[in-house]
Design a protein around this ligand. Structure first.
Ligand SMILES: [Zn+2]
Length: 317
């Protein structure tokens, strides 16, 4: 993995693929560790505090446990085989999010930052929504003359079929995200179907020679990851498989946003050992700081199962 600076955006090169991080926002989610990760072992936070501050915990609390978690909203921009692929599309502008006031009616310069990375909306070939939460589908669409239209007019949008079934308001499912999820469906999902740009996938989906979508359920039923494998180098974009380095130590630490914590635990139990064994960098959707990390597995029976062994060579945010 090599790093270079292209215009304003730092770029990683992995095999024949370049990776650029385009940030919508970074800051406090307004939740303490106990609120974000109910039932979590306080030792996971206090013991790992030096890894958590300042990039993963705000410095607004007297103690680690009274600080609030810090998260990034960002899109991973991949250039692969002559195509531009976006992984997740943040919160978006002008969206009505009654359950999450801080995400409602946002006005950010996200598209300007994408342009600074050399990407105009019409340049995007593929949009991946790792799952269908509001903070992963927002820039799927934008408001033009009062109508939600696809932000990326030439892109194929890849959406997990299981999430489409689960989040469709017609399904009548009860979810931990409440009624507000209905607005996400109407303003960020349906318009890309109406435009004929959406593809539902299940199981596994090959995007191109280097990129594969794989199921990683638990956070949501259709939650997924992207495996980048090119010229002998391999990394994983793990979406919301985890939200904080505090979850690295004990993979059985679920966030309050995991629809099915037991399945989310099982997914981390599957992915982490592979990442440790192969030395794969994992890039979660919401890690600020250096954005990605490698893990090593502990042999000791008593200590944490995994530790962060190396951060990705991206400028910390
Ligand atoms: Zn998320």
């Amino acid at each position: 993995m090599t790093i270079s600076n292209l215009e304003t955006a730092p770029v990683l090169t992995i095999g024949d693929v370049t990776v650029t991080r385009v940030v919508e926002s970074v800051g406090s989610i307004g939740m303490t560790p106990e609120q974000f990760f109910p039932g979590t072992d306080p030792a996971a936070w206090t013991g790992g505090a030096d890894q958590l501050r300042p990039h993963f915990l705000e410095s607004d609390g007297d103690t680690v446990l009274s600080s609030t978690a810090r998260v990034a909203m960002q899109t991973w921009v991949l250039r692969s085989g002559g195509k531009v692929i976006l992984i997740d599309t943040c919160v978006g502008n002008d969206k009505d999010r009654p359950d999450v006031p801080s995400w409602s009616q946002l006005q950010t310069e996200f598209l300007g930052r994408l342009a600074a990375a050399g990407i105009a909306p019409q340049d995007v070939d593929v949009v991946v929504n790792t799952h269908l939460h509001a903070d992963h589908v927002g820039w799927n669409t934008r408001l033009v003359d009062g109508v939600w239209v696809p932000t990326f007019p030439n892109a194929e949008y890849l959406l997990p079929a299981k999430d489409l079934d689960f989040w469709n308001p017609a399904s009548g499912n009860s979810t931990i995200m409440g009624e507000g999820a209905h607005t996400v469906w109407a303003d960020s999902i349906m318009p890309v179907f109406d435009a004929g740009q959406a593809t539902a996938w299940s199981g596994q989906h090959r995007i191109d020679k280097a990129l594969t979508l794989e199921a990683a359920p638990g956070h949501t039923p259709g939650a997924s990851i992207v495996r980048l494998s090119s010229n002998g180098e391999e990394v994983l974009f793990v979406g919301d498989t985890l939200h904080s380095p505090a979850q690295v130590h004990d993979v059985h630490t679920s966030s309050c946003f995991d629809e099915d914590p037991a399945t989310a635990n099982a997914t981390r139990e599957r992915i982490f050992p592979e990442a440790a064994e192969k030395g794969l960098t994992m890039f979660p959707a919401h890690f600020g700081g250096h954005g990605g990390f490698k893990v090593s597995k502990s042999d000791s029976g008593s200590g944490p199962l995994f530790t962060v062994s190396e951060w990705a060579p991206l400028v910390a945010i």
